[in-house]
Design a protein around this ligand. Structure first.
Ligand code: ZN
Length: 105
């Protein structure tokens, strides 16, 4: 049977959870903006002290994106099901092997 008091409590809980998720998303956006600034600063230092142009960076990033899109899907080392982009298998908990330092991100 419908209980208005219980429904109201759930609505409040939902609103609280939604506010928490929005707050976490805002924090993640701010963190991404700081990482973007750090990356841009790092690249500017590299280009000033080396012989790397932004055009070369763009070409390299485009090449990497193409290679990633063609790479075969990774499978769980324990149950062989597809991992998708996950670092851990949702079926058995098997972990994706680390093959690059960037896998740690
Ligand atoms: Zn698995």
């Amino acid at each position: 049977m419908f209980d208005p008091a219980k429904a109201s409590s759930l609505d409040g809980n939902f609103e609280t959870q939604l506010a928490k998720i929005r707050d976490e998303m805002k924090q993640m956006e701010q963190r991404l903006e700081r990482q973007n600034l750090l990356l841009q600063g790092f690249f500017l230092l590299m280009s000033e002290h080396g012989d790397i142009s932004e055009t070369q960076l763009l070409e390299r990033v485009t090449q990497l994106a193409a290679e990633k899109s063609k790479a075969p899907a990774k499978s769980c080392p324990q149950c062989n099901r597809s991992l998708g982009k996950r670092k851990q298998c949702m079926y058995c908990g098997g972990k994706r092997p680390v093959e690059s330092a960037f896998d740690l991100l």
